[in-house]
Ligand binder design. Structure first.
Ligand code: AMP
Length: 395
C-alpha cells in the first residue's frame, strides 16, 4: 500500500483528489470545513517536502456549469484552513488548467474548478481522466467520501500513474481504521448496528458476522427481529418481508459463535413526536397504538456491559430516533459507554451516515478513536466491498 512516505515530493507537482464537497449557506459561505481540515495533513506534508499541490474536487450535483456550485466560493476558507495562498483555475482541464499547473512553483497550491462541471467525471471517461492526469507528476487520492465511485478523478485517472500513485494521509487512515475492525482488531470485537431498517444494513450484517464476537442490534431494526421471534411490537417500525432473514441472521450468528444482543426494553411512545406520551416497556410486549423509539434503561445497562468487555468496537447507526430529544438517550448512553471503553484502551470506529451526525451532535467526536469521513464509502467497506478508488491505487 503506497502512501505519501513512499515519495519525495521535492519539485514534484502532486495532483490530489480531495473531497471538498462542503456545505455552503445561501451566501455561499462554507458552514462546515471538516473536510478541508481533514485534507490538511496531506497537503502540508507535500508542501513541506518542497512540492506543489493541485487540488481537484467535486462540489454538489451541478447540471453542467452552474455558478452556484463553483469551487471559487471556498477559496477563502481553504486559504484560512491551510494558511497558504490558493490559486484557482476556472476549468479543471484544458489550456487554462495546464498553464496554471505548469507555472506552479514549489510551496504553491492550485485549486481546480468543480470536476462535475464536466459530465465525463461521473461517467469515468478515460479521455477526461487523461486530460486531468497531464497536470501532475504524482497522483494522490485523499478522498474517502468518493472512493466508492469509479469516477474519472477517483479511479480511472490512476492508470495514467502506474508507478507514481499513492494514498493521502486521510485515505490511508480510513483504510487502516476499517482494517483494524475487520481484519486485525484485538478481540473481543463488537459491532453496534442501529438505524431504521434491516434492508439497508443486511449486507453489512452478513459480512460482519464473520468478523465479530458480539453484535448489538438496535434502533428501528430491532422490531423486525422481535416480531420474527414472536414478540408484540405494537406500531413500531418493521419490515415484515425481512422477518425470515432476521431469523436466518440469528441462526447464522449461533453457528458462527457470535453473540447477538437486542434491546430488552424500549421507550415506547403513542406518537412519533417530542410531545408524545411515553412508557418504558418490555420490547416483546408493546401494545397497539405505541411504537418503540429508543432503547430502555435495562437495554442501556446491558449494552454498557457488552461494550466494556470489548477491545475493538464499530458503531454504525443510532439506537433510537436521536433527532427527537426525547428519544436520544439510548444513543447518548451508547456514546458514553464507547467513550469510556476507548479511554480504557479499546479501539473505536464510528462511521456511516447518521451515526457520524449523532456523534458530532452529542460531542463524542474526540472521545472515540476514529470518526470516518465517508458515508456511503464506509457502508460499502463494511459490506466487504473493495472500493474502486482504493483498488485503483493498489493495482
Ligand atoms: P440509518 O440511516 O439506517 O442509520 O437510520 C438512521 C435513522 O434511524 C435515524 O433517522 C433514526 O431516527 C432512525 N431510527 C432509529 N431508531 C428508530 C426507531 N426505533 N423507530 C424509527 N426510526 C428509528
Amino acid at each position: 500500500m503506497k502512501t505519501l512516505n513512499d515519495f519525495d515530493f521535492k519539485n514534484k507537482k502532486a495532483l490530489i483528489r480531495v473531497d471538498f464537497n462542503v456545505p455552503l449557506n445561501e451566501n455561499f459561505e462554507v458552514t462546515d470545513a471538516t473536510r478541508i481540515v481533514s485534507a490538511k495533513p496531506t497537503i502540508i506534508k507535500i508542501l513541506e517536502d518542497g512540492g506543489s499541490c493541485i487540488l481537484m474536487s467535486h462540489l454538489g450535483r451541478p447540471k453542467g456549469v452552474q455558478e452556484a456550485f463553483s469551487l471559487k466560493h471556498i477559496i477563502n476558507k481553504v486559504e484560512d484552513v491551510l494558511g497558504v495562498e490558493v490559486k484557482f483555475a476556472e476549468n479543471c482541464v484544458g489550456s487554462q488548467a495546464e498553464d496554471a499547473a505548469a507555472n506552479l512553483n514549489p510551496g504553491e497550491i492550485l485549486l481546480l474548478e468543480n470536476l462535475r462541471f464536466h459530465d465525463e467525471e461521473k461517467q469515468g471517461d478515460k479521455n477526461f481522466a487523461e486530460q486531468l492526469s497531464r497536470l501532475g507528476d504524482v497522483y494522490v487520492n485523499d478522498a474517502f467520501g468518493t472512493a466508492h465511485r469509479a469516477h474519472a478523478s477517483t479511479t480511472i485517472i490512476a492508470q495514467f500513474f502506474p508507478e507514481t500513485k499513492c494514498f493521502g494521509n486521510l485515505l490511508a487512515q480510513e483504510i487502516e481504521s476499517i482494517n483494524k475492525v475487520m481484519e486485525t482488531g484485538e478481540k473481543p470485537v463488537l459491532a453496534v448496528l442501529g438505524g431504521a431498517k434491516v434492508s439497508s444494513k443486511i449486507t453489512i450484517i452478513e459480512n460482519i458476522l464473520d468478523k465479530v464476537d458480539h453484535l448489538i442490534i438496535g434502533g428501528g431494526m430491532t422490531f423486525t427481529f422481535i416480531k420474527a421471534q414472536g414478540g408484540s411490537i405494537g406500531d413500531s417500525i418493521c419490515e415484515d418481508d425481512k422477518m425470515e432473514l432476521a431469523l436466518d441472521i440469528i441462526k447464522q450468528a449461533q453457528e458462527k459463535n457470535v453473540q447477538i444482543h437486542l434491546p430488552v426494553d424500549v421507550i415506547a411512545a403513542n406518537a412519533f413526536s417530542n410531545d408524545a406520551d411515553t412508557q418504558i416497556i418490555d420490547v416483546t410486549q408493546i401494545p397497539d397504538g405505541w411504537q418503540g423509539l429508543d432503547a430502555g434503561p435495562k437495554s442501556k445497562e446491558q449494552f454498557h456491559d457488552v461494550v466494556m468487555q470489548c477491545k475493538t468496537i464499530l458503531w454504525n447507526g443510532p439506537l433510537g430516533v436521536f433527532e427527537l430529544e426525547k428519544f436520544a438517550n439510548g444513543t447518548i448512553a451508547l456514546g458514553d459507554s464507547i467513550a469510556e471503553a476507548t479511554k480504557n484502551g479499546a479501539f473505536s470506529l464510528v462511521g456511516g451516515g447518521d451515526s457520524v451526525a449523532a456523534v458530532k451532535q452529542f460531542g463524542f467526536e474526540n472521545k472515540v478513536s476514529y470518526v470516518s469521513t465517508g458515508g456511503g464509502a464506509m457502508l460499502e467497506s463494511l459490506e466487504g466491498k473493495i472500493l474502486p478508488g482504493i483498488a485503483a491505487i493498489l493495482e
